[in-house]
Design a protein around this ligand. Structure first.
Ligand SMILES: Nc1nc2c(c(=O)[nH]1)N[C@@H](CN(C=O)c1ccc(C(=O)N[C@@H](CCC(=O)O)C(=O)O)cc1)CN2
Length: 295
């Protein structure tokens, strides 16, 4: 029977460690601040932003919530980001994605001060990740690695297959696995013989946004499966959330993440950890939460 990696519990533990470090920073007169910017009224984004605000406050940090109308122009948003860059109370800036179609997301993400880029999406942080020279790491890939750490002791030489080539998950998680000396194959929905490629993997990370894509017979016995998919589908007349892998078919895996309750909760916990890291780094303070130690 595959072990179920409990993302909710591990995220709670990470949030607890962040809160402890916030208390010790407060003794030095520092209270980290996170600004979250939501443009428009996408229902899922509203829920995520509300959770971010609540969890930021629960961790003892300052939260600056900015809800802008869907009609906000690109120039207005860029001006808004510039003001947050200049605001000393703000250590981390997160612009919730997706943005309305009339706004060029890349332009906006590139405008965030890399030192405050707690999403790790700025080209400077992307470059730092690919060269292994520090920087802020995107939250969901960081969360995937923390979950993997609960199931894997030695990564060196393991074969990892990533399904999905997005800038937010697929590419950065591939970099993190490469950093651990895995042999990494990045695949996507157009990859030929995808099941055969996945079958060779010791680690499977699926972030394809395709409900139930990875079937049991794609997965080698003893592999670890990290399911990043969050798909809202209708089952027996009910709306449910399912992942990109069919978990009921994964009994022969060593460990799998559930959906919901796997990678998802790690995203916001890692955002808090990145905010703390940004607050320390901006002030030239060494160290930050050691995420790996929570697992
Ligand atoms: N600027 C960003 N935008 C978006 C990101 C991001 O990392 N940065 N990621 C996603 C949304 N997201 C956070 O923003 C997020 C997604 C899912 C979860 C989560 O806890 N999911 C639960 C299920 C929740 C549900 O019922 O919907 C789970 O998987 O258990 C948290 C955060 C896109 N935008």
């Amino acid at each position: 029977m595959a072990a179920i990696i409990d993302g909710r519990a591990i995220a709670a533990k990470l949030r607890g460690r962040v809160a402890e470090e916030v208390v010790s920073l407060a003794a030095e007169g520092i209270v980290p601040g996170l600004a979250v910017v939501l443009v428009g009224d996408d229902p899922a984004s509203q829920v995520y932003v509300r959770s971010k605000v609540t969890q930021t406050l629960e961790a003892g940090m300052r939260s600056f919530e900015h809800r802008l109308p869907a009609s906000t122009s690109q120039e207005e948003l860029l001006g808004f980001v510039a003001a947050l860059n200049d605001d000393d109370a703000v250590d981390g800036i997160l612009v919730q994605l997706p943005l309305p179609q009339h706004i060029d997301s890349d332009l906006v993400l590139d405008a965030i001060d890399p030192l405050k880029d707690v999403d790790g999406f700025h080209p400077v942080n992307v470059g730092r990740l690919s060269t292994g020279t520090g920087g802020l790491i995107p939250c969901t890939p960081l969360g995937c690695m923390i979950l993997l750490d609960t199931a894997i002791d030695h990564y060196r030489g393991l074969k990892a297959v990533v399904i999905g080539k997005s800038n937010i998950v697929g590419k950065p998680v591939a970099m993190l696995l490469l950093e651990r000396e895995c042999t990494v194959t990045v695949t996507h929905i157009a990859t030929r013989n995808l099941p055969d490629t996945v079958r060779s993997a010791d680690i499977v990370v699926v972030a394809a946004g395709s409900p139930g894509l990875v079937r049991g017979d794609w997965v080698k016995p003893g592999a670890v499966v990290i399911d990043v998919g969050i798909n809202r589908v209708e089952r027996d007349g009910r709306k449910v959330i399912i992942g990109d892998a069919v978990r009921e078919e994964m009994d022969h895996a060593a460990a799998v993440t559930p959906v919901p309750g796997g990678v998802g909760p790690m995203t916001i916990a890692c955002l808090l950890s990145n905010t703390l890291r940004a607050a320390r780094r901006r002030r030239g303070l060494p160290g930050a939460v050691r995420e790996a130690a929570v697992a």
